[in-house]
Structures are given as structure tokens and as C-alpha cells.
Design a protein around this ligand. Structure first.
Ligand code: FES
Length: 554
């Protein structure tokens, strides 16, 4: 439907552009204006041209009215309201124009050239009305074109120049209209000359005028009836929808009761709650996104498109696009972006506290191994190493929060504490297997094996965007991160490959008493920490398999 609206709009825009340029030629000479009109009409008055033009007119207007009737609310951004109002004005103002040109030509054989129409309206209020119509059509077309192409870089770059051209077109057309009008006025000041001038266009007589006025009135009523139908459908749908409502609480106010069935963005608009929505609610940006603090689990799951958009901005699990969700149960939401388009400074940016597993990994002996090597060779080695082991992290549901030279910090941001701990354990096991395969490859190349140390811990972290507004990558901080880092450092001291904190094991559902834990004093960590030490040759999977799960998790 959108494509049909855009395609029909483009046809009409092209028609209007040439129509206005044609009118502007009145600035130079009527002969030039007529010649250009003849050329245009070869296209617009051919059968395919007429089908295309009038088909586009009916399609564009019909789809616009259909969309208006289907809307849940008529509250909309200013630009959209302007666009819609102008669009509704056009058919009403266009009726006389079409009836006294095209219909007059078909029904009464009037020669509907510019000279005829200008003489017909010159000096009457219609001259002002048609000038306003010209401006309205042009502005409506330009707004439509702009919002169709606003996502294109070349359009945004060229906007200052295109705006200048856009302003010149109606100015040129109106200049042509004024010049030609004054010329015709001078030419027809004499009664006899006026008669001859009108006769040259087969001017409609009194009966023909009455007939054309009648036709215009009929079309006017048809258009008004279409508008009325749209209003009736809109109000009828609204009435049916309003029979059921839902309460939405915005974290920074207000609280509203809105109709079920609306998207959250429509609820905001209906209730006058400012809500950023740069793409107008078409699901083509993420600026309407909200953090659903209460009631997230009661919402329908995101569509693949919504999930993809949220993933692209690394949004937390309870983030949703307001234009894509239709709450049916009470919810508390936080608008991530302020209505002025700036980033809100709460939750998503200030942070969100979660209990998650965190994994710290470091390559052993990296400095000694790479001393004297060319920088490109070092980069090559690191990338091969990370290529080998990172899939074990992402495959387990984790993400690499950051790379730290020859090491990394990974987090397992899953639905709950237990699944996060299990994902961390799965990743640790996967990394060890991946490292063995990687080292087999190194051995074939005659290179020494790579050794690593891993610290895995479960605890509270704050996930947030840390940095200057607009340039703040999402990261995690908290004692848990420091503890995981200290555990990783301790592996070197203990001569083991992996240290798993007791908190991780019990968080995953294991009875930690089933393991032979070591108690560690970690620098910067106030309490001694119990952890399971695993050396490179140990079979972690087997150890976890035989360990007892706590009864509630078994
Ligand atoms: S307003 Fe752009 S995706 Fe919702």
C-alpha cells in the first residue's frame, strides 16, 4: 500500500512540476507557454497518459483516505498534520479547476489552454484561490517527497540546494501567471477584443457554465461524502476500541488510561504524552523505544523486525519499540529518548542492575611471545585466537563486552541468574575445547601453544551506557567484574587454567559442597572467595555432569 501511495504521489508530483513550469513560461511569451502545453498534452492526453494520471489521482487520494479512516488516533506530529490537512484541501480546491478545464473541453469543446483559464479567473477571488492551490499542491508534494527520501544520505546532503529549487518553482509559476494575466487583461480591456479573445477559445456560453457548475457541485458532494465516510469509520472504530482500555504509567509521568488495541506510541499521542518517533511510527528507527519496567512479560513477543531493530542498538531485554507494541495489560514504561530527541538520562543510559555471569580471559605469556614480532603479525595472531574462541562465548548466549589487548571480558545477559551461570559454564567449557583445536593447528605450523587463564564469577553488575551523551558505549561495571578479573589473575599464581567462583556453581544450580573448592584471598575483594580450580587437562564437562544439582534445580 505504501508503495502504491509513493508511486502515485510521484506521478502527481511530476505532473504538477511540469504544469507549474509550463505556467511560468508565461513570463516569456504566450506562444512558448502554448507550445510547451501542446508538448505536455501529447503525453497527458494520450490514453496511457490519462490512465496513469487519473489512476494516480484516484489511487493517491483513495489510499490517503483509507489510511486516515484506519488510524487509531488523529493526533499526529505537526508535519504530518500539515501534510494531511493540505492533502484534504487539494481535492476540494481542485474540483473547479478540473471541471472548468478538462470537463469543459470534453463536454463543451472549450479550448482549455492557459490563456483561457487565466482569462476565466483573472480579477476574481478564484485567481487567489488557484494561486493558493498551486502553493498547497507544491508544499504537499515536497513534504511527501522529503519524508520518502529523508533516509537517503544524498538527499540530506543536497537538501539546502533542493530547498532553493523547491522555492523557485512556485515563484516561477506565479510570476508567469501574473505576467500572462496582466497581458490578457490589457488585451481584453476593449469589449470587442474581449469577445474575439473568448471566441478563440470557444468560451462556454451561459448554459455551458450552468452545466459545469452543476457538475462541480455534484463532484463536491461526492468528495464531501467520502470525507464524511472516513469520519464515520474512524469514530465507529474508536467507539468499538474504547470499550476496553488499559492503564499505562510513564516513569516520569503521567499515568493514562488508553484504548486497548492501540500501539503504545498511539496511546502516547492520544493522551498528549510527548513521545519521540522520528520515523513517524513506521518501525524504521528505534527512537520511540521504551524500557518496560513493569508488565514486560505480559506483552506479546517482538516481531522479527522489532527484535532485529532492538538488537542493532544492543537494547536490554525489556526494551521495546512503542510503535510496535499494543499493551493489553497495565504497564510502566520509561521513554528512552526525551521528546526533544535527546537521550534520556535514566535507566537505559544510567544503568540497569542485573545478576549475571561474567567471564574474564587472558592469554598467558603474550608479551614474551610477541616481543620482536612485527605488529601486523601480532594482530594476525590475536585475531586468529579470538576467531577461534569467541564463537564458544556467543554460542552459549554471551557477548564480548570488550577486548582488552590479549584478553576479553564477556557477559552472559540471559533471562535469569541460573541460565546466565549455566551459559558462563558452557562458554568456559567451549573455550577450552576451542583452544585445544586452535593449539593443534599451531602445533602443525611449528608454533608454541597458546595458554590462557579464565575467571568466571556470578554477581550483581550494572549494565549501562557509560560515557558522554551521544558517545557512550554500552558496558558493565561493578565488583563482580573486578572479582572475575582477580580470579583470572589468580589462575596464573595457582598454575590452573580456570577458576569458577562458588557463586557461579550454586547460581547454576549445583551443590557446591560436591566440589573440592579452594578458598582465595583476592586483592581488592573484602571477603575470601571459594572457587573451583580447573587445570588445563581436567575434564570440566565430566566434573559438572557428576556433580549434584540442588534438589530444586535437579
Ligand atoms: S517511531 Fe521509528 S520505530 Fe517506532
Amino acid at each position: 500500500m505504501t508503495r502504491a501511495r509513493v508511486a502515485s504521489g510521484l506521478v502527481l508530483f511530476a505532473y504538477a512540476l511540469f504544469h507549474f513550469l509550463n505556467l511560468g513560461l508565461g513570463l516569456f511569451s504566450p506562444a512558448l507557454m502554448d507550445a510547451f502545453q501542446d508538448g505536455r498534452q501529447v503525453v497527458t492526453r494520450s490514453l496511457p497518459g490519462e490512465i496513469l494520471l487519473y489512476g494516480a489521482l484516484l489511487t493517491h487520494a483513495g489510499l490517503a483516505l483509507y489510511k486516515l479512516a484506519q488510524r487509531r488516533t488523529w493526533r499526529m506530529p505537526v508535519w504530518e498534520a500539515v501534510q494531511t490537512t493540505l492533502g484534504l484541501f487539494i481535492p476540494l480546491a481542485l474540483i473547479d479547476h478540473i471541471v472548468f478545464t478538462r470537463f469543459a473541453h470534453e463536454l463543451h469543446d472549450v479550448t482549455d489552454r492557459y490563456g483561457y483559464l487565466i482569462a476565466l479567473i483573472w480579477g476574481s477571488p478564484d485567481a487567489v484561490g488557484q494561486s493558493v492551490l498551486l502553493l498547497v499542491v507544491w508544499i504537499h508534494g515536497c513534504i511527501g517527497l522529503h519524508f520518502w527520501l529523508a533516509g537517503q544520505r544524498w538527499w540530506r546532503d543536497g537538501l539546502p540546494y533542493l530547498s532553493g529549487v523547491a522555492a523557485l518553482v512556485p515563484a516561477f509559476a506565479l510570476a508567469g501567471f501574473l505576467t500572462e494575466g496582466r497581458r490578457i487583461e490589457a488585451l481584453t480591456s476593449d469589449r470587442e477584443m474581449r469577445g474575439a479573445y473568448r471566441a478563440s477559445y470557444n468560451w462556454p456560453d451561459r448554459d455551458a457554465f450552468a452545466n459545469l457548475l452543476n457538475v462541480a457541485a455534484w463532484i463536491w458532494w461526492i468528495v464531501v461524502a467520502c470525507f464524511a465516510l472516513v469520519v464515520v469509520i474512524y469514530l465507529g472504530r474508536k467507539f468499538l476500541i474504547r470499550r476496553k482500555s488499559v492503564r499505562i504509567t510513564y516513569v516520569d509521568g503521567p499515568e493514562v488510561v488508553s484504548s486497548k488495541g492501540l500501539t503504545l506510541l498511539e496511546m502516547s499521542r492520544t493522551n498528549g504524552v510527548p513521545h519521540t518517533s522520528l520515523c513517524g511510527g513506521r518501525g524504521r528507527c528505534t527512537t520511540c523505544r521504551v524500557i518496560v519496567e513493569v508488565g514486560a512479560e505480559l506483552l506479546h513477543p517482538p516481531s522479527p523486525e522489532e527484535a532485529r531493530s532492538l538488537k542493532a542498538v544492543n537494547a536490554p531485554p525489556n526494551a521495546r519499540l512503542a510503535c510496535q507494541i499494543r499493551p493489553t495489560d497495565p504497564a510502566t514504561v520509561f521513554r528512552v529518548f526525551q521528546p526533544d530527541g535527546r537521550r534520556g538520562r535514566a535507566h537505559a543510559s544510567q544503568g540497569q542492575e542485573r545478576r549475571l555471569a561474567v567471564l574474564f580471559l587472558d592469554m598467558r605469556g603474550f608479551t614474551a611471545r610477541t616481543t620482536g614480532q612485527l605488529p601486523y603479525d601480532v594482530v594476525f595472531l590475536l585475531n586468529r585466537f579470538f576467531d577461534a574462541i569467541v564463537p564458544a562465548i556467543t554460542g552459549a548466549g554471551g557477548t564480548v563486552d570488550k577486548y582488552l589487548g590479549d584478553g576479553l571480558l564477556a557477559v552472559f545477559e540471559t533471562a535469569d541468574e541460573r541460565s546466565s551461570a549455566l551459559a558462563g559454564l558452557q562458554a568456559a567449557s567451549g573455550i577450552r575445547a576451542a583452544l585445544r583445536a586452535f593449539n593443534d593447528g599451531m602445533a602443525k605450523e611449528g608454533a608454541p601453544p597458546v595458554a590462557i587463564g579464565i575467571g568466571l564469577h556470578l554477581g550483581d553488575v550494572v549494565l549501562g551506557e557509560i560515557g558522554a551523551a551521544g558517545n557512550a558505549p554500552r558496558t558493565l561495571i561493578g565488583d563482580t567484574v573486578n572479582t572475575a578479573s582477580r580470579l583470572e589473575g589468580k589462575t596464573k599464581e595457582l598454575g590452573v587454567q580456570l577458576l569458577i567462583s562458588e557463586a557461579t556453581l550454586s547460581g547454576a544450580g549445583y551443590d557446591s559442597a560436591a566440589f573440592d573448592l579452594v578458598t582465595l584471598e583476592l586483592r581488592g575483594v573484602s571477603e575470601p572467595l571459594a572457587a573451583l580450580a580447573i587445570d588445563a587437562g581436567a575434564d570440566l564437562d565430566k566434573m559438572l555432569d557428576v556433580a549434584a544439582l540442588t534438589p530444586e534445580n535437579a
